[in-house]
Design a protein around this ligand. Structure first.
Ligand SMILES: [Fe+2]
Length: 243
């Protein structure tokens, strides 16, 4: 097999099949700002090898006070636009719920937007500090039947000082979703290093795009040759294709 010598190991995105975190409902958060951009970016993901995307608009107090009751209708518009250009990407809609002062109200009013067959809920922590009473919140959500997925744990740099909390959250059956972009240093160096550490500790269950715009799509394509992402996809740990 000498002719293969020197070939770079590349990530096969079609092996991942499904992306569970993106901002592709046009105009409702800081993701795609129009249908044209949304279609262009989803087409780009299809060309990388993805066949299913869960779209997860921000629901965040004060900045993205979105009504989750509208998401399914808006998704229909995206599906229709994709049909017009013959991109057979399968789509579902959830939300990225920030655990903040608005979260509990959404929970109590039945407004949390879950996805998949098993009531999966994508949650985000604030970037400054761990939410107060997080253990109680996790307990209540799980008691209500939600399967929790923590969006990009590597981006909460305060968690680096709290390895016991990381272990607690993961041991509590919260799935950890890494942003692929973190691995190419898209956000910053400390986030990249923390992402690598989480992979080495076998904490990462899902690799996500957190796709908002063209620069993100370019970054994900660039990560094809990233050795940590390659190691992750080879490890049989990733659950992407289950969704
Ligand atoms: Fe996101």
């Amino acid at each position: 097999m000498g002719w293969l010598f020197g070939n770079k190991k590349e990530v096969d995105f079609s092996f991942l099949k499904t992306d569970i975190h993106s901002h592709m409902l046009p105009g409702i958060d800081d993701g795609a700002d129009g249908m044209r951009e949304s279609v262009h970016l989803i087409k780009g993901m299809y060309e990388l090898g993805y066949r299913k995307m869960i779209i997860t608009p921000h629901v965040r107090f004060g900045s993205f006070d979105n009504d989750t009751g509208e998401f399914e209708n808006r998704l229909q518009d995206v599906r229709y636009a994709l049909e017009q250009v013959n991109i057979p990407m399968e789509l579902e809609v959830g939300a990225e719920h920030t655990i903040d002062e608005g979260f509990y109200g959404h929970f109590k009013r039945g407004e949390l937007k879950h996805f998949g067959r098993n009531k999966y809920l994508l949650i985000e922590f604030p970037f400054t500090s761990l939410p107060m009473g997080i253990k109680d919140t996790v307990f209540e959500l799980q008691s209500a039947g939600y399967n929790l997925i923590l969006a990009h744990p590597e981006r909460y740099l305060y968690l680096r000082e709290q390895p016991d909390m990381i272990k607690y959250l993961h041991d509590s059956n919260i799935l950890f979703q890494l942003n692929i972009l973190s691995l190419i240093g898209f956000y910053d160096k400390p986030t990249q290093k923390f992402a690598e550490w989480l992979i080495k500790q076998d904490y990462i269950d899902i690799a996500g795009s957190d796709l908002h715009h063209q620069k993100h799509l370019d970054g994900i394509a660039k990560a094809k040759t990233n050795k940590y992402l390659y190691k992750l996809t080879e490890s049989d740990r990733l659950m992407n294709s289950m969704f």
